[in-house]
Design a protein around this ligand. Structure first.
Ligand code: FAD
Ligand code: DLZ
Ligand code: SF4
Length: 511
């Protein structure tokens, strides 16, 4: 019986469950570059190039192992443009009797796959994606009966279950979390290490030419494309991080510096998410660095928590809550996304820097995403769907299962507090403390009112006023609401006037 095994662009690992039990003589592996996936949001050019080049390299490596690959390129004149269309063509071409696939990372694609059995009158086996530490069933058991979910408790269970950074039943170093040692701003003498980026082979060059031709209007530049597109190079990126960056990862995890897009971050999320690296090997490598005395515990714990904790937690929430999750809008945010999220043309230096770096690298680190662009979207009341589509498009690591909970839950509080206990709202003072952006800005971060006052200051109090009914009862918001309660009515009116002037008329440069 001829079996079709479909491998998606974010399933590029030899261990993917859809390959279990493969019969190299009779089975056909389908990999398809399709327009639907390259355009369902206008992905960054580097993201498309990374996925297509990694897909082509992966297909070559499977082919060398003697597997039968049906690889469909984006510019193939017969390409139907969708997964469903390509599966249909493959069924016809290879006289397929059953389909095996690993569950996709996005609800949208799962819905598509669920129709295939009826559509093609064939058995379709959708297998679990066992690359994650926590299965969907395991997360559902953890979530059962809880009104709100908190990452920290989930993370401790994951530590116990995986035995990562454990000494018997106790966490290594006697604490689960070393964040009080982290979160430093970058002192002037500390230099970020030079990062190893990768040169383009013939396959990548072809893909870059194709992407340039087909997606001229998508955001981003391809000149400085430096992503790894093979497992060998992704492993080399991991080892470079463990050796040169991990020791300082914890200390400067939250720091931002103009002209230093990567600092001590790993830049491996795109590889984890498309399958070139596995979370188990990454966490294992970090733990080994600590065991060998090459990296301190605060750094290693902080790093492992991002993967074993946050990454698994947001995936759990995505699958537990979808499809309703995407529809929530707890703070009734309705504004359109300003054009400067695409162009970087704004007098707000922090936003301009982050958007420029995003365009150049398809990358921004967590605090830039959360506390600069995310914080702005929260304070300005940008409609969830608008800003979610932006995040899904612009980062090389963006897939809905990980992007949506981060944006909808962590950044926008649009789930009403299911994922985070309070909104991460902050005024300009936070950005000033953690970065050097403010000293190069047309706005004055210390000013609370007036045309030149930092928009984050104006929008922060406007956000508190606008959402008073919803948020003032939250015990974790007691501090700002105590201050607001003491504010004279005239000052409240001034805040509203000035915030609306900014939101409705644009900032200094765009007026
Ligand atoms: P590092 O800072 O080196 O962290 C190590 C790894 O931990 C990352 O590679 C990633 O796999 C994991 N990780 C860290 N934080 C998170 C988190 N909050 N959720 C899930 N995994 C995490 N991450 C994505 O992979 N895809 C996304 O689409 C995405 N969208 C985001 C949107 C917003 C608004 C925010 C605030 C965060 C988002 N993140 C996303 C999480 C995080 O910002 C990125 O994983 C990280 O910046 C990637 O860079 P890095 O590999 O250098 O990470
Ligand atoms: C993101 C992406 C892009 C841009 N292009 C393709 C593609 O052409 N073919 C493919 O198989 N996968 C692609 N992907 C990744 C898919 O969007 C991803 O597999 C689904 O969203 C499920 O997570
Ligand atoms: Fe951003 Fe305000 Fe600082 Fe300017 S002053 S960089 S707008 S936080």
């Amino acid at each position: 019986m001829t079996t079709l095994r479909l491998i998606l662009g974010d399933q590029l690992t030899r261990e993917i469950s859809s390959l279990d039990g493969l019969d190299t003589k009779s089975d056909v592996i389908l990999m398809a570059e399709v327009m639907e996936e390259t355009t369902y949001v206008p992905h960054h050019k580097q993201k498309i190039a990374l996925i297509l080049s990694a897909m082509r390299h992966f297909a070559q490596s499977l082919s060398k192992e003697g597997m039968q690959i049906d690889y469909v390129k984006l510019d193939d004149p017969h390409n139907s443009g969708s997964f469903t269309g390509e599966v249909a063509r493959a069924i016809h071409k290879h006289k397929i009797k059953q389909i095996i696939v690993t569950e996709p990372g996005e609800w949208r694609v799962l819905e598509m796959m669920r129709d295939w059995s009826t559509l093609f009158s064939l058995p379709v086996e959708i297998r679990e994606d066992d690359r994650f530490f926590c299965t969907r069933g395991r997360f559902a058991r953890w979530a059962e009966g809880r009104k709100s979910f908190r990452m920290e408790f989930f993370y401790r269970e994951m530590r116990r279950e995986t035995n990562l950074l454990m000494e018997g039943d106790e966490p290594a170093g006697g604490q689960w979390n070393f964040d009080h040692d982290n979160r430093k701003s970058l002192p002037s003498g500390v230099k970020a290490p030079k990062r190893n980026r990768f040169t383009h082979d013939a396959v990548t060059k072809d893909v870059i030419t194709l992407v340039d031709k087909l997606f001229p209007n998508h955001i981003g530049q391809l000149e400085n494309f430096g992503w790894a597109v093979t497992r060998v190079d992704a492993l080399s990126a991991l080892h470079h991080f463990i050796k040169d960056c991990l020791p300082s990862f914890g200390d400067f995890q939250d720091a931002m510096k103009q002209g230093e897009p990567f600092l001590f971050h790993s830049i491996i999320a795109p590889y984890l998410n498309c399958g070139l690296l596995t979370p188990r090997e990454v966490c294992g490598a970090a733990e080994q660095a600590w065991k060998r005395g090459k990296a301190p515990l605060n750094a290693v714990e902080g790093f492992i928590r991002q993967i074993l904790g946050w990454r698994e937690y947001v995936r759990g929430i995505y699958w537990h809550q979808m499809p309703a999750y995407a529809q929530g809008n707890a703070l009734n945010a309705t504004r359109k996304l300003p054009e400067f999220f695409w162009t970087a043309k704004t007098a707000m230096n922090c936003i301009a820097q982050v958007v420029e770096e995003t365009k150049a690298n398809a990358y921004a680190h967590h605090i830039q995403r959360l506390m600069v662009t995310g914080n702005f979207a929260l304070l300005a009341g940008i409609a969830p769907a608008e800003i979610e589509a932006w995040y899904l498009a612009v980062y090389a690591d963006a897939y809905e299962w990980v992007e949506l909970p981060n944006v909808h839950g962590m950044v926008l509080f649009a789930d009403g507090g299911l994922l985070a206990s309070k909104p991460y709202a902050a005024s300009g003072a936070y950005i000033d403390r953690m970065s050097d952006y403010c000293k190069n800005c047309a706005y004055d971060v210390k000013a609370k009112s007036g045309e030149k006052s930092c928009p984050f200051n104006r929008l922060y109090w406007h956000f508190m006023i606008e959402n008073e009914a919803q948020l003032s009862k939250n015990p974790r918001m007691a501090m700002p609401y105590r201050t607001l309660a003491k504010m004279p009515a005239e000052r409240r009116a001034e805040i509203t006037r000035e915030a609306l002037a900014f939101l409705d008329n644009g900032d200094l440069e765009t007026e």
